[in-house]
Design a protein around this ligand. Sequence first.
Ligand SMILES: [Mg+2]
Length: 236
Amino acid sequence: MKQYQDLFFDFDDTLCDTHHNAEEALKEVFGYFHFENYYAQYQSFHDTYWKNNIYLWERYARQEITFRELTIERFKVPLQEVFQDRGPDDEFCMEINSKFLELCAQKTGVVDGAHELINYLKSKNYRLHLCSNGPHDIQYRKLESTGFINDFETINLSEDIGANKPSILFFRYALEKTGALPEYTLMIGDNYDTDIEGGMKAGLDTLLFDPQNQYENLSVKPTFTVNSLKEITKIL
Ligand SMILES: [Mg+2]
């Protein structure tokens, strides 16, 4: 097996249990802004929010919308249904979003086995780099809250770079900054479109973390696929 030197790690839902943390924060936002005045049930707000949020992140990855647009629209759309003539204005959506991100950034949930994996890889002397789509301040606060802040040699964030995964610009920048050689670098992440396709385009081997088994019929397969982080210790 090839001996990798540098490992590029996605953060959200690969190490940080972002989805679970956001679920908690969303419920708190609902209470904080008294959305129960508009929504009879939390669940219907929740379902509309998530459906729309996933769609917006896909558009953000394709660079069709900015992060600011994403943050406004993810609250505007579910609230549009309940604010009569027009949706809530952008300012209010930004306020909700700020509170939501603040709450998310305080959450400590990590993916099962994430710290154990990172400690194992450090003991094997791999050079670890974070490669994440997201805003600088929030990602750093999440790294602090989840205890990963000191684990990486470099932290590469889309907001700092000015390009998102899967853009080749993101990976070129990360390779240059880390000094990693593509042939000895493995990209590890849970998102096929951003982490895996982006990594492949940049000439990296890739490892797809697929805990829900949602990527069964891929025409172009990653170098490795695992369903748990623990399995990575059998590969690396
Ligand atoms: Mg991810």
